[in-house]
Design a protein around this ligand. Structure first.
Ligand code: F0G
Length: 463
């Protein structure tokens, strides 16, 4: 039975009209887009779930903050508002604003990773993986085995497999590991959280071998909510206390603020200890690539909106509603026997496309097939988090096989209502009915060498 939808802890003051195209129009649009959903125009998508990144609705407080933004090149008051808020929440010595998450990676990773070194993560997200590779490093994913079975329900499926992580360190040699990255929540594994216990264990291993520990902090507030909900000893702690403890176990963080900080653009780097060497290097790289270190590629008004959004994003009523939306959609899929990474994580539902299309092999991209069908069916734009996104091995150029073939319904914050969620479920149910008639997947006709899924051209395989 579908669970009850958690009502919005806000009312709507401004709306953005959306239109739905006809099925024929959508079929034409997706063909013209080379069957790559990144080429579709936003206006041609009825419900846009491509990402929860930068697609959030800001509050009236944030919009008011925009008007107060201080645009001074150096030392703007909006910069100090952000620094005070971020230090209050994370308890780190140094906070560097940057324009988004990948800018944080671009600045920090070359400082931590030397050419030929490895980086280990519970799972790298696509841009994070790309920046390790651009810094000359190689990525090793080390998520717990249970994450690889979407239908097996367990808490904290985003965890690092600590035993395997230590084996990798011993095999490769500690000096050859540049950094360990804990992605919270673990996006590629389905927005699955990491437990505090796991964070602590990973931190202890990193200390034992003297390896820096970085948090990829895009969805840290959602992760803290799951710790409060599912890790008994944290049930009476505040979200802020939990966040402070999570971050106390790492040395640095790289953050896309376009997610849990509920803004449209922004990011941060944090350094826990007052370590002047690394901070000087961050400032120098930032000045070259992002802009002076008191604005880091952002407008003063963006810094102001972040300083406000950072508190709204950790509000417990907000988090309860947000996770509740995703749980509602998942419960409708349960009723229809549609598989997904269960239990649902934070920022979306990751539908198991191999269950929907067991006859389509990974190299014909079943999760991309489902994403295309969803657009044709109801104008819903989702994305592939599977072999199509993973791409080719950087050394052999062979197509890699992903652990999962997920079609991700990423939910923008404070944007869609229960009726939209019902359309999402109904569309999936319709596609499931005709899934066996979709016999083949797609082939790539053209692809760029890195982060290919954003730009590749695909074509239906004839049969
Ligand atoms: N790390 C994680 C875990 C992410 O999910 C993302 C972005 C980034 C880093 C990079 O941040 O986009 O601000 O440069 N994820 C988006 C997504 C794009 O759709 O999941 P960015």
């Amino acid at each position: 039975m579908a669970i009850k939808y958690v009502a919005e802890p806000f009312r709507i003051k401004m709306v953005e009209p959306i239109k739905i195209l006809t099925r024929e129009e959508r079929e034409q649009k997706i063909k013209e887009a080379h069957y790559n959903l990144f080429y579709l125009k936003g206006k041609d998508c009825y419900i846009d779930l491509l990402t929860d990144s930068g697609t959030n609705a800001m509050s009236s407080y944030q919009w008011s903050g925009i008007m107060l933004g201080d645009e001074a090149y150096a030392g703007a008051s909006s910069y100090y508002h952000l620094i005070d808020a971020a230090k209050d929440i994370f308890n780190y010595s140094y906070i560097q604003p940057v324009h988004q998450g990948r800018a944080a990676e671009k600045v920090l990773f070359p400082i931590l990773i030397e050419k030929g070194q490895y980086a280990i993560s519970n799972m790298f997200f696509d841009t994070t993986r790309a920046h390790v590779e651009l810094a000359g490093g190689r990525c090793i994913d080390c998520v717990v085995e249970i994450a690889k079975n979407p239908s097996e329900r367990a808490p904290f499926k985003g965890n690092m497999d600590v035993k395997h992580m230590e084996e990798i360190i011993l095999e490769k040699g500690a000096k050859n590991i540049g950094v360990v990255v804990m992605t919270i929540t673990n996006n590629s594994a389905g927005g699955q959280p990491v437990s505090m216990k796991n964070m602590r264990e990973v931190s202890n291993i990193c200390k034992k071998y003297n390896i820096p520990l970085d948090i990829d902090a895009a969805r840290y507030a959602e992760n803290a909510y799951f710790i409060k909900r599912d890790e008994a000893e944290y049930k009476d702690k505040s979200i802020k206390e939990i966040i402070r403890e999570i971050f106390s176990y790492a040395d640095t963080f790289t953050m896309s603020a376009k997610k849990d900080t509920i803004v449209n653009m922004g990011g941060m780097i944090g350094v826990k200890e007052d370590n002047s060497d690394i901070i000087l290097k961050i400032k120098a790289a930032c000045i070259s690539y992002e802009g002076f270190y008191t604005y880091g590629g952002l407008n003063g008004r963006d810094l102001e909106a972040m300083a406000i959004g950072i508190y709204e994003g950790i509000d417990e009523d907000f988090l309860k509603y947000r996770i509740g939306q995703v749980e509602y959609l998942a419960s409708r899929l349960d009723d229809a026997n549609i598989g997904y990474q269960a239990p649902v994580g934070g920022h979306g539902v990751f539908v198991d496309a191999t269950q929907m299309f067991p006859h389509i092999p990974y190299y014909e991209f079943p999760a991309q097939v489902l994403a295309i069908e969803l657009y044709k069916e109801a104008g819903i734009r989702t994305c592939d988090i599977g072999s199509y996104m993973l791409g080719n091995d950087p050394d052999t150029k062979e197509q890699l096989r992903s652990e999962f073939e997920f079609t991700r319904f990423a939910i923008p914050r404070r944007v869609y209502t229960q009726a939209h969620f019902d359309i999402m479920a109904d569309a999936l149910i319709e596609i499931k009915k005709r899934a066996a008639t979709i016999k083949r997947g797609y082939k790539i006709m053209w692809e760029p060498p890195i982060l290919r899924h954003f730009q590749a051209h695909l074509e239906v395989i004839d049969y």
